[in-house]
Every structure is written in structure tokens, then in C-alpha cells.
Design a protein around this ligand. Structure first.
Ligand SMILES: *Cc1c(COP(=O)(O)O)cnc(C)c1O
Length: 376
């Protein structure tokens, strides 16, 4: 059996080395390092993949969220609803722009924000919702978009973990995650389902006018060189990263299917064990398993993690501290609903190794050790 890795970023490079090296070297020869043809080509390919949604590359997924919020023209103190159980970026950008993050709870079986909580958290100052499609599966976008339309709220999808998943929309169509709300944001951080070799991100917008504003903001608020119409930022996808992503994009669906296959094997190995809960899959969305995250009950999570580590099985806690407990957000984050599931799952979650090249014998080995620990 090969050594087990939490993520494997080398294997894809080995498989695609000839193509990636050629594209990266050609980019370096060309000298077009910023906004060159590689960026345009990748944006066009990703746009085509996403059924012709506008795509704007940017420097990383956090910037994508910040630029998306900037494009909505909100006022200081306006409220944005977001789950407390997420990666910091989803909430950080709200605070950074002087807006108020209103955090909500998650469903303890899916780790996704709940529509009832959003309804219970609305106020006259609520302007936007950021659903986070955590671990590779989408929030109930049909219900969320219905609420957003009724209340005239903007929806920015944090799609950093679920690129390539499809989800049921308001009209019962299956649409790509990130293309259902007003704006979608993704990250190409190396360990994401579509990762580059450094930092990278992208913003999706169905409406041409929104896409135009986003493009302007991401480039110093300028359309015509040195004429600045908006206060913007400098956030661009590097040409070299775009070259890498252009080679990798055609494999995204296959890699996502391999993740699902690994998850099915995990389900079979772990589904009947007492003391843990396997991740629940929802009917309205695909799951592209950015993470395979179990819950370990009876306060035994950290002990299981140590036991696995002793047996050369890596695992990670995504995420140990919810946003409403973060020191940085003292007095910034508000809540109008109880966050009891968030508090519970933060203490119980454990993400097991997950990447497209995980082998059956590795998953079996992991399953056997989880089983041994639970019985011991
Ligand atoms: C990775 C991630 C981000 C941020 O992406 P970066 O490219 O690292 O800035 C935002 N939200 C979620 C849920 C993420 O997993």
C-alpha cells in the first residue's frame, strides 16, 4: 500500500507534466505575465464549462468574495448573512468592508446553512446572503433563491469547495454551483478540487453588467487605462497559474467522479460503525467531496485523530473554532439564532484523507483503523 496523504498535489502534476511544462514555459517565453492570452483563454474555457456564465479571474478566493461584495454597492452597517461554520474568508471580507456579518447555524448532518435560520436572521438592514457550499455540496439554492427574490437580497455563493457540482435552481434546472446566485466565487488554492500552483481565484456572474463592474473593481477600478471610475483593488490571476489551470480544467469532472468513488468506498467501510456519523448527501445537490468529513461522537474526536496519526493516517479538523468564537470577530459578528449545531460539530468533525487518487486498499486500511479504535 502507498503512504496515505491527506491531499496529493504531486500525482496530477506527474500525469500532466508534459503539457503543463510546455504551457508554463511558453507563457514565460511570451513575456505576457499579466492579463495575457493565457488568462483570457482560461476564462473562456471555464466560462464554456459553466454553461456560458461570465468568468473573471482574480488573485485568490478571498479576494473573489471581497470583490463580489464591493460590486454590490452596500453601505457601512448593512448586514450580510453567512454561516458561522466555515473558513474565515467567508466572514472576514464582510467585516473588512465595514459591513455586519450575521452568522447562522448549520444542519449537523450536512454542515450546510439552513433556510429557517436565514429567515429568522433577517432585518431591514439585511442586504445579502453568502451561502457556503461547504465540503463539496451545495446549500439548498432553490429555497434560498426563493427567499432572496421575495426579500430582494443579493446572493454571493462561496463556491471555493464545490466547483463542478450541480444543484437544483429556482426553475428546477440543474445548474453549476456558483452560477445560481447573483455572483459566485471560487478558489484555485492548490488543494481545492481545481487547484493551481500558487494562489488563484475566480468570480462568476451571469449578468453582463455585474461582470463588467467586477472586472473593473478587480483592476483598480479602471476601464480605460489610468482613468479610475471606482475604488478598486489589484487582484489578478497570474498568466502562469492560468496556463496550469487550462491544462487541468478538462480533467475536473473525472477527478470529481474519482472523489465520489472514494467517498462511496468510505461510506461502505464506515457506514455501519457506532460512534461516528458519515456525511449525509442531500437530494438537491451533487457532492464533489472536497472533504470527506465524519463526526466522532462521545468526545473521542481528538483521541481518534491521534490514533490514526500513530497508524500513519493523516486527518484534519475543518474547522475547530466557529466564526462567532474567533477572537478577531469579537463584537463584529452578530447572531440572531442559536448556534448549537455549529458548537457541536466544531467539536466532532474530522476530515479524512480525500483526493482523486486515493486507492481502495488505502480507504480499507483507514476504515479498519477507525473500526478498531471505536471498538477498543
Ligand atoms: C479556500 C476557501 C476560501 C478562500 O480561498 P483562498 O484562495 O484561499 O483565498 C474561501 N472560502 C472557502 C469556503 C474556502 O474553502
Amino acid at each position: 500500500m502507498l503512504p496515505i496523504q491527506m491531499v496529493d498535489v504531486q500525482r496530477q502534476y506527474k500525469m500532466l507534466k508534459t503539457d503543463i511544462d510546455r504551457r508554463v514555459l511558453a507563457c514565460m517565453e511570451s513575456g505576457a505575465f499579466i492579463n495575457g492570452p493565457d488568462v483570457k483563454n482560461f476564462e473562456a474555457s471555464l466560462s464554456f464549462y459553466l454553461d456560458n456564465t461570465n468568468v473573471i479571474g482574480c488573485a485568490n478566493g478571498t479576494d473573489a468574495l471581497q470583490i463580489a461584495l464591493m460590486a454590490l454597492n452596500l453601505q457601512t452597517g448593512d448586514e450580510v448573512i453567512v454561516p458561522s461554520f466555515t473558513f474565515i474568508a467567508s466572514v472576514e471580507v464582510i467585516a473588512l468592508l465595514g459591513l455586519k456579518p450575521i452568522v447562522v447555524d448549520v444542519d449537523p448532518r450536512t454542515f450546510l446553512m439552513k433556510i429557517e435560520d436565514i429567515e429568522a436572521s433577517l432585518s431591514p438592514r439585511t442586504k445579502a446572503i453568502i451561502p457556503v457550499h461547504l465540503f463539496g455540496q451545495c446549500v439548498n439554492m432553490k429555497a434560498l433563491m426563493k427567499l432572496a427574490h421575495t426579500r430582494e437580497l443579493f446572493v454571493i455563493e462561496d463556491n471555493a469547495q464545490s466547483i463542478g457540482a450541480k444543484c437544483t435552481s429556482l426553475n428546477d434546472e440543474r445548474l453549476f454551483a456558483g452560477t445560481i446566485g447573483d455572483i459566485g466565487c471560487t478558489s484555485f488554492y492548490p488543494s481545492k478540487n481545481l487547484g493551481c500552483y500558487g494562489d488563484g481565484g475566480a468570480i462568476f456572474a451571469r449578468k453582463e453588467s455585474v461582470a463588467k463592474t467586477i472586472r473593473t473593481i478587480a483592476n483598480h477600478g479602471m476601464e480605460r487605462r489610468y482613468y479610475h471610475d471606482l475604488i478598486g483593488v489589484n487582484s489578478r490571476l497570474d498568466s502562469i497559474q492560468a496556463a496550469v489551470l487550462s491544462v487541468k480544467l478538462p480533467y475536473l469532472d473525472r477527478w470529481n467522479q474519482q472523489r465520489v468513488k472514494a467517498a462511496n468506498k468510505y461510506d461502505a467501510e464506515l457506514g455501519n460503525l457506532d460512534g461516528i456519523m458519515i456525511p449525509q448527501r442531500v437530494p438537491w445537490s451533487d457532492h464533489v467531496f472536497h472533504q470527506y468529513t465524519i463526526r466522532v461522537q462521545d468526545g473521542r474526536r481528538d483521541a481518534l485523530q491521534s490514533y490514526l496519526a500513530e497508524n500513519k493516517i493523516p486527518s484534519m479538523v475543518y474547522y475547530p473554532v466557529p466564526m462567532h468564537e474567533q477572537k478577531a470577530f469579537n463584537n463584529v459578528v452578530r447572531k440572531r439564532v442559536l448556534l448549537k449545531n455549529t458548537d457541536l460539530v466544531s467539536k466532532e468533525v474530522l476530515s479524512l484523507p480525500m483526493h482523486p487518487d486515493l486507492e481502495d486498499d488505502q480507504i480499507q486500511y483507514i476504515g479498519e483503523h477507525v473500526g478498531k479504535f471505536l471498538k477498543g
